[in-house]
Structures are given as structure tokens and as C-alpha cells.
Design a protein around this ligand. Structure first.
Ligand SMILES: [Zn+2]
Length: 167
């Protein structure tokens, strides 16, 4: 039987003192929300210089602007005061070059036809560009003027901006 969950509970119990954040506001202190791929190699807090309490972090496969990502970003801005969005995608993403058709076929074999797509893509920068466009025009979000997109390369640790706004 897998034992991660039990180990996690034990670990947390042993570190409760460090985990406690009495008085720390749930409102992100840096007023920023980060939407990122769930990839195991992306360690957002050290990468972006964030501390606990600074930012909302929304992660999904690909770091894509799905309806649910917009739901979370909308809550982040409207309920908890963030005004800035950073989207993080990366080289070597599992969705890059994946087959939407094969994935759908697998699901169909298990008897489901979900109303969402996997979100497979072939052009990383074009996909990120499209995501930024979608956020910059999403009326669910009251703050759409500060939306930026980064690409992380897990091989060399570099982080570069895509589609930078003109200054
Ligand atoms: Zn990924």
C-alpha cells in the first residue's frame, strides 16, 4: 500500500511549529498570483523570490488558462486583492507534443467524454502568448493590465520572458 499520505501526516505533525503562521494575512502581500505548470521541477518560491504569504499559486497541467484557472484568478483578484498575474510555462512540458486524440481515446475507453481538453500543444511560445491574450481580455478579472509570461528551462535554470510588454 502506498505510504506517502501517512508519511506526510507524520511529517507535518513533527513540524507544526514551523508551519503555523499566526497572524499572517491570507491576502497575498505582494498582490500577485502565479499560474504555473504542475511540473515537479518548478520550485516557484525560490525561483521567483517568494515567501509564504506573498502570492497566490495556481497550478495545473501546462500552466494553461483554463476556465478553472480563471475562476481561481478571479477569486484572487476580487476577493483577496491581487492585481498582477505571472504565468510560468517551461521547456520539456509533458503536454508538449502529447496527443489530444490518444488521450481522448483513452478516456472514451474508460467510458467518459469530458467537456475539457487535455490542452496538448506543439508551440510553447505561441501557447503562452495565447494564454496572455486570454487573460488580458478576461472580464472576469478586474486587473488585466499587468499580465506577464515566463518560460523556465529546467536544464539550465533560466527563466525568460515571452511577449514582454513594451516600455
Ligand atoms: Zn509542464
Amino acid at each position: 500500500m502506498p505510504k506517502n499520505a501517512d508519511e506526510m501526516l507524520e511529517f507535518a505533525a513533527a513540524h507544526a511549529k514551523d508551519l503555523a503562521a499566526p497572524g499572517l494575512s491570507p491576502r497575498p502581500q505582494r498582490k500577485v498570483a502565479v499560474l504555473s505548470c504542475m511540473d515537479t521541477r518548478i520550485d516557484l518560491f525560490p525561483m521567483l523570490g517568494l515567501e509564504r504569504g506573498d502570492a497566490h499559486v495556481i497550478r495545473n497541467a501546462g500552466g494553461l488558462v483554463t476556465d478553472d484557472a480563471i475562476r481561481s484568478l478571479s477569486a484572487s483578484q476580487r476577493l483577496l486583492g491581487t492585481e498582477e498575474i505571472v504565468v510560468v510555462m517551461h521547456e520539456g512540458c509533458g503536454l508538449s507534443g502529447a496527443s489530444e486524440d490518444d488521450f481522448r481515446r483513452q478516456l472514451a475507453e474508460d467510458g467518459v467524454l469530458p467537456n475539457w481538453r487535455l490542452g496538448a500543444f506543439s508551440d510553447l511560445e505561441a501557447t503562452l502568448h495565447h494564454s496572455l491574450d486570454r487573460l488580458r481580455t478576461a472580464r472576469e478579472l478586474p486587473h488585466r493590465e499587468n499580465v506577464r509570461g515566463f518560460v523556465f528551462d529546467p536544464e539550465d535554470g533560466s527563466l525568460r520572458e515571452v511577449d514582454a510588454p513594451e516600455r
